[in-house]
Each structure stands twice: as C-alpha cells, then as structure tokens.
Ligand binder design. Structure first.
Ligand code: C2O
Ligand code: CU
Ligand code: CU
Length: 478
C-alpha cells in the first residue's frame, strides 16, 4: 500500500541538521520510509545545536515540545524563520529521559500554520535517555519502538489532503482536523515482527486533533511506565489509555505468552461519550449557548455526528506479529523513577484560573482572550522560581488538550463535572506532563514551577486547529 505525499513537502524541502557539540552520543535517524521528521536521540546533559534551513514558501519555526529551554530557542511564532533563510539554535538538554518531540509553530496575522505544516510532515520525535533510566534495564535496541500516531486523509491521487472545502472545512476548524486513516510512523497498516519477550513502546500522538483510546485487542491490560515527562514512579495498569494530541505514553508489553505465529493488535477503541458535554454540549456555557453556528451544530447532532466529532470508531493501530522465540525474559521493575518531584503545592500556593470558552464566529478562547501576537495581559505574568496552580475550567462542549511551553508540570487535581466518560478511565494523571486533557465541564488543576529562564512562553490548546484559530496565548516569566 504505497502512500505518496504532497510533492515538495516535508523532508524534500526541510532539512534538519543536528550537530552534537558536547556530551555523549546523539544521533539522527529516519523514522521510516515516510514523511515524518527524523528521530533525534539525545542524552541528558549534552548540548544540542541544530541548524534549520527553511525551504518552505512560508515562515516556519521549530518548537521543542516539552523541553525546558530558553525562550529565544523555544521556536515561538514571534521568532519566525523566513523562507530561504536559516537559523541555528543551541541549548542544553536538561530534561529527564523521555520521549519529546519537535514541530513547527508559525502564527501570523491570519492565524497559525501549525496544523498544516505538521500535517505535511514537519514534526518528529526526540528521545532523551540518561544513565538512571538505562540502569533500570528496560527493553531497548530492537525491543524499543517509537510509534507516532497521525491520522491523514488522502485524495484520489494519493496525496495528503488537509481541511477540505466549504462547510466541511468550517466544521473541521471547530472540531479540529480528523483524517480518514490512522498512520503509524507515516505508514498505513503498521505491522511489527516481534519475539516472545518484553517490548517498550514509546507512543506520540502527533495527530492534529484525534484522541486515542489505546487498548490491546486480546483484552490484556495496558501497562503504562511513563508519560510526557518520562518514567512514572511505578507502573500503572489500565484497560485502556487515553492519549490526546501532543501527549506521549510509554508502554511496556510482554509478548512472552503469545505463541509464534500469533499476533496481538494495539487498537484505538471506540468510546462512549457518556455524559460528556452535559449541559455544556446542549447549552449553558457551551458553544450552543453562545449561538455559535447553532443551526449547523444542531444539524450535526441530528445526524448523530457528535460521536464522529469525538472520533469514536475502533481503529487498528499496530499489529505485533510474533515470529520468533526469545530466551531472554525480563520482568518489569515495580519501582521505576526515583526522581519524580513531590507535589510542590502548599496552602498558600497562588491559583490562577483559566476559563476555556468560545466566542461567536471566532473560535475558542482562554479567559475570553485569543492569540494577539506576543502580548501578555497583567494576569499572564509569573515570577521566576514561583510555584503556581493553574486551574483550567472547560466551559465548552469539546475536550481541550492544554499545553504549557518550557516545563513539565504535575496534575494536582481533576474535578470531572457530571458524568465521567469512559475516556476518564484511561487518563494517567501521575507523573510529569506538558499537555493535559480537560474534558467538557471539567476543571483540572496543574502545579507548575517557573525555573531557570525568564521571558515569554506560551500556553495553548494542542488541538492544532484550535491553536491555529487563536486558542493560544503568551505568558511571561519575570
Ligand atoms: Cu507542541 Cu506550542 O506546542
Ligand atoms: Cu510546546
Ligand atoms: Cu481546544
């Protein structure tokens, strides 16, 4: 099944040059025979220097998603790289071992191009290792697989198609782009040959807006060992795991009891909307309540499209075909990371509140505001060294994966309003995160500490169409 991509897109025109200037080995390897950016492997403590040549006909940037880097190398839209120019950025790799990623972040007066450029292939994985992680002896080498989940739609000519036209494209902007096929590392019908031994799967949801509910087709539990910011203190087992756009999850799976000749499939399950949206979906503070294209939305619900809007079909992701016996069997350590911070939240920790809303005919907002260049309001200024609780209150009918640049945070508290959905069962709030999913009518409190670097950073919804249409703001560390 051959997939051709937009002529001139991605690797054709955008070259990443990574040079190791200090520290142990770093490397750059193609992820597969497709459009995704190369896998950048780094070791904690090294210094990375990257030259970005912009061969696109438009501005771009490269953002290091999840990494604690100075503001001026964070790849923010205020520092665009113009066509036919290049830029070199360098920073120290200080983050914990984990799977991070990089993607473009341009945003001009007419809106963002994160969705389009990422879709066309300008995003890739970045894997940091360190000695403490290596000492745990988790599966590595051929037993460690980086898997990027992205959904795409193809034209009859087998080219990537983004957004579509007319009404379809308007709805797409509201809910975010949803492709017809889910690709893994840029390829359809992903299949991996494995042996009867444990594997470590490093998954990145690099999709524009799709939320996955990961599960095994034979009903075995999903064993989670890490999140956005690296390993958990101990493994967590779930029937399914919810992975929102931009999030990463680190899974451990043992094919030891699967006989050669058999296969096991990682799928994204169908999920029940349950009470999701509740009052928000039907009125109240939600999209409908504010008259946002009420007629069309009502129409969509009549046609039973709400499920489709949330993406509720069962999708096979990767087939693991067990083809060989292996003698080595490793067991999963029950104690993983020892370096996770305890909650920094005290009785007097300041709480900053962000209401996620919707403005008629414009799009989603945060505290009633939308992206306005690199400006910050008085209540978007934080102190260097300070710990704060940020509370996100979702007054819309859609889930929003909220991302904060430049740091990893703890999820302090999650307060679902009304009914829990079965997506809640798969939420992993333990560990460190840079992107947290906030369901409709829910409030989520995260604990963040603004360390080392002053300057401008960003917080935004990582539904790429939401951020591109303005659900994004800067904040300033002073
Ligand atoms: Cu993936 Cu502004 O980030
Ligand atoms: Cu980011
Ligand atoms: Cu959103």
């Amino acid at each position: 099944d051959k997939v051709s991509i937009l002529p001139g897109a991605a690797s054709e025109v955008w070259r990443y040059t990574a040079e190791r200037v200090a520290g142990p080995e770093g490397s750059l390897t193609p992820v597969g025979d497709s459009y995704t950016g190369p896998l950048i492997r780094l070791h904690r403590g090294q210094r990375l220097r990257v030259r970005i040549d912009n061969g696109l006909p438009e501005d771009t940037t490269v953002h290091w998603h999840g990494l604690h880097v100075p503001s001026d190398v964070d790849g923010q839209p205020r520092l665009p790289i113009a066509p036919a120019t290049s830029k070199t950025v360098a920073f120290d790799v200080v983050d914990r071992a984990g799977l991070y990623w990089y993607h473009p972040h341009p945003h001009g007066p007419d809106g963002g191009r994160v969705g389009f450029q990422s879709y066309a292939g300008l995003a890739g994985p970045l894997l940091i290792t360190d000695d403490t992680e290596r000492a745990l002896g988790l599966p590595d080498g051929e037993q460690e697989l980086v898997l990027i989940l992205q959904d795409r739609t193809f034209t009859d000519g087998n080219e990537l198609q983004y957004l579509g036209a007319g009404m379809g494209s308007m709805m797409t902007r509201i809910r975010g782009f949803r492709g017809e096929r889910v690709l893994v590392n840029g390829r359809p019908d992903a299949r991996r040959e494995v042996a009867t031994r444990p594997y470590r799967l490093r998954l990145l949801n690099g999709s524009n807006s799709r939320i996955y509910k990961l599960a095994w087709n034979d009903g075995r539990a999903v064993t989670v060992i890490g999140t956005d910011g690296g390993l958990l203190a101990k493994p967590e087992r779930r029937r399914s795991v919810t992975l929102a756009p931009a999030q990463r999850i680190d899974l451990w799976v043992d094919f030891g009891d699967t006989g050669p000749g058999e296969s096991v499939q990682l799928v994204s399950e169908e999920y029940q909307l349950g009470m999701m949206g509740g009052r928000g979906m039907m009125g109240g503070g939600g999209m409908m309540g504010q008259g946002m294209m009420g007629e069309q939305m009502g129409d969509m619900m009549d046609r039973g499209m709400m499920g489709e809007m949330m993406g509720s079909e069962r999708i096979p992701l990767v087939t693991f075909a067990v083809v060989a016996r292996a003698n080595d069997s490793a067991t999963l350590p029950q104690r993983l990371a020892q370096d996770l911070p305890a909650s920094p939240v005290q009785a007097d920790t300041p709480v900053r509140r962000f209401e996620l809303g919707m403005r008629m005919m414009q799009g989603f907002t945060m505290n009633g505001r939308r992206m306005e260049g690199a400006t910050v309001a008085d209540d978007e200024i934080v102190r260097l060294g300070q710990t704060e609780v940020w509370e996100f209150v979702n007054n819309t009918m859609m889930p929003h994966p909220i991302h904060v640049h430049g740091l990893q945070f703890l999820v302090h508290e999650r307060i679902p309003a009304g009914g829990k959905t079965d997506l809640h069962d798969g939420i992993i709030d333990a560990g460190l995160h840079d992107t947290v999913l906030v369901f409709p009518e829910e409030r989520v409190r995260i604990a963040l500490t603004f360390e080392s670097f002053e300057g401008l950073y960003m917080y935004h919804c990582h539904n790429m169409e939401h951020e591109d249409t303005g659900m994004m703001r800067y904040f300033k560390v002073v």
